[in-house]
Design a protein around this ligand. Sequence first.
Ligand SMILES: [Zn+2]
Length: 77
Amino acid sequence: MTTTIHDPVCGMTVNPQHSTISQLYKGQIYYFCSPLCKSMFEREPEKYVKSAEAESEQGKPMLLSGGGKTWQNKLMK
Ligand SMILES: [Zn+2]
């Protein structure tokens, strides 16, 4: 399964399978499109973590689709 992650610095889509540029911060791994973005993140991580939290709302539809399976199961019965 392929997951794409947004570079918290520039907002570019990063494929973690193709990117080795990552940074662990407060228990969360962040991926970057370039060493430049990583160095910018290291300089002011909290600035970029805030915007990453806002983007994490995009993960909510995935949770909703998981609930959709439950609805299908109910319809099957
Ligand atoms: Zn970047």
